[in-house]
Design a protein around this ligand. Structure first.
Ligand code: NAD
Length: 249
């Protein structure tokens, strides 16, 4: 496991699932961690479990003011940020393309795409202002490269995340800032469990996956930490599928 001693990591959506695993893996690797989530109770529970090396911050990533406050909290607590994982996301209930309301469209785009954009802006401003290197990993999805059935706004947002990842990767490479994306396949988190149960597909769908199982959140977290590590010092602007081979072509 890479050594992140002396580094500070900020993780959004860190109160549950993949974000929680990323925060805990960073802490286990020696980093100080900012556990940010819309759900303050969940963020506080994860940060308490980590101990003194973590703080919890309540923030809605779709609100610019919250995002600015979140980055300021990281600077106040730990002196700055080295690694950021923009992971917070929501998934709408699947239904036919023509039946999604504008409100449903807008909320998913606000959180999953605009939220990542706002976080990137604030993190990059911090690094440029402090003349400090930084690395971002944005959480996309297999839906960043193929459609998620019944979820057009999720598909659009996750494709968009790859676009802004590449955009910033090229724009800030010379300032010592790397930006990459991780694209998980089915990962065993609370919303994925709910989705499998609601769809009635449950274990049948899981058994059809190439490895016959979902990813664990920690397997996705391991990819995030590798991209953040010095081992990946020339890896910039990539979309790293962590899907057990599902989308292999
Ligand atoms: P999760 O629901 O377990 O965790 C997401 C966290 O984000 C929650 O704690 C939630 O409170 C938080 N959150 C929601 N809206 C927020 C907002 N506006 N501001 C801040 N925090 C907010 O979900 P997960 O399955 O761990 O998913 C994490 C990320 O991984 C998401 O971006 C999701 O799209 C992506 N992803 C997940 C899977 C999967 O199979 N689980 C697959 C592909 C991509």
């Amino acid at each position: 496991m890479s050594n992140f001693a002396g580094k500070v990591a900020l993780v959004t959506g860190a109160g549950s699932g993949i974000g929680r695993a990323v925060a805990e893996r960073f802490a286990a690797s020696g980093a100080q961690v900012v556990v940010a989530d819309l759900d303050e109770v969940a963020a506080t529970a994860v940060a308490s479990g980590i101990g003194d090396a973590a703080i919890a911050v309540q923030a809605d990533v779709s609100r610019a003011g919250d995002v600015a406050t979140m980055v300021r909290a990281a600077v106040d607590a730990f002196g700055g940020i080295d690694c950021a994982c923009n992971n917070a996301g929501i998934a709408p209930a699947p239904k036919p393309f023509t039946e999604h309301t504008l409100d449903e469209w807008a909320r998913t785009i606000d959180v999953n795409l605009t939220g990542v954009f706002l976080c990137m802006q604030e993190q990059i401003r911090h690094w440029l202002g402090a003349r400090r290197n930084g690395v971002i990993v944005n959480m996309s999805s297999g839906a960043g490269v193929v459609p998620a059935p019944g979820q057009p706004q999720y598909t659009a947002a996750k494709h968009g995340v790859l676009g802004i990842t590449k955009q910033a990767a090229q724009e800030f490479a010379r300032q010592g800032i790397r930006v990459n994306a991780v694209l998980p396949g089915q990962t065993d988190t609370p919303p994925m469990r709910e989705y499998l149960e609601a769809s009635g597909m449950g274990d049948r769908m899981v058994k059809m996956l190439p490895m016959g199982r979902m990813a664990t959140p920690d397997e996705v977290a391991a990819a995030v930490l590798w991209l953040c590590s010095d081992e990946a010092s020339y890896v910039n602007g990539v979309s790293l599928l962590v899907d057990g081979g599902l989308l292999a072509r």
